[in-house]
Design a protein around this ligand. Structure first.
Ligand code: NAG
Ligand code: NAG
Ligand code: NAG
Length: 220
């Protein structure tokens, strides 16, 4: 009897682990901390046209409301108050804005482009006429920090880096990322200027990726 129960538990364990399937997850949202949530929301609404899903609300991070209670389980205890707002881009990827009130969000030390700092450093929107959007970004207090560049020699795909008025890097690409990057000869992609962009890995590269992953897991 004991043996049967053990076999049953073993079968459940095997089945459960086999049911985990790796596939390309959809990008759900990007979260950014800001020092003036109303100004940031207005800019992303007016300039990039993002939809406001939930306008800024201030939340006490304690058990006084369900959201406060939820946040108190996600953040360290010193985080007492925060303003949050929720926006949506044209293809449904969210932009979640946070203005920490207590303790306050720290203004970035610089409004320059901190490309060498590890972590999330830019978002990119698609606009078929990047020059027009760049002009609007500059008129509303942002900066253009690169020319409108052709990503692949001889093709129409364009990209340009800008800063929003709050110091966040916002790239604009003229077509979708997949349309620009998919199904390319890796030797062609290696010619593009952004060294972080790599081509779709071949089957053998995918295998070596998982051995890299195993090393990372072993280290931690
Ligand atoms: C929650 O925090 C707010 C603001 O910090 C405070 O006014 C309120 O009394 C607190 N409520 C509870 C139940 O701790
Ligand atoms: C900002 O960075 C500069 C240069 O790295 C440094 O000297 C300065 O102390 C920093 N300022 C603040 C407020 O952290
Ligand atoms: C890509 O470049 C490598 C090294 O220069 C070369 O050996 C290979 O043949 C190239 N592949 C294609 C498809 O052109």
């Amino acid at each position: 009897m004991k043996f049967v129960v053990l076999c049953f538990l073993w079968a459940i364990t095997i089945t459960t682990s086999e049911q985990f399937t790796t596939y390309a997850r959809a990008m759900n949202h990007v979260g950014i901390s800001v020092t003036d949530i109303d100004a940031v929301l207005a800019w992303y609404h007016d300039v990039l046209g993002f939809t406001v899903l939930i306008a800024p609300v201030e939340i006490a991070v304690n058990n006084s409301t369900p959201m406060g209670s939820l946040l108190s389980q996600m953040y360290p205890p010193e985080m007492k108050r925060v303003k949050m707002a929720h926006m949506s881009s044209g293809n449904g990827v969210g932009l979640e804005l946070f203005q920490f009130i207590d303790p306050p969000t720290r203004r970035p030390n610089t409004t320059s482009f901190e490309y060498s700092r590890a972590g999330l450093f830019h978002i990119c929107v698609t606009d078929p006429e990047p020059e027009n959007l760049v002009r609007r970004i500059v008129e509303t207090g942002g900066k253009q920090i690169s020319p409108v560049l052709t990503v692949f020699p001889g093709e129409i795909y364009q990209a340009v880096y800008t800063l929003d008025p709050f110091g966040n890097l916002v790239e604009i690409m003229a077509t979708s990322y997949e349309r620009q990057m998919s199904n390319r000869d890796p030797n062609v992609t290696s010619q593009i200027s952004d060294p972080t962009i790599t081509s779709r890995p071949s089957k053998s590269q995918q295998l070596s990726t998982s051995s890299v992953l195993q090393k990372i897991i072993a280290k931690n």
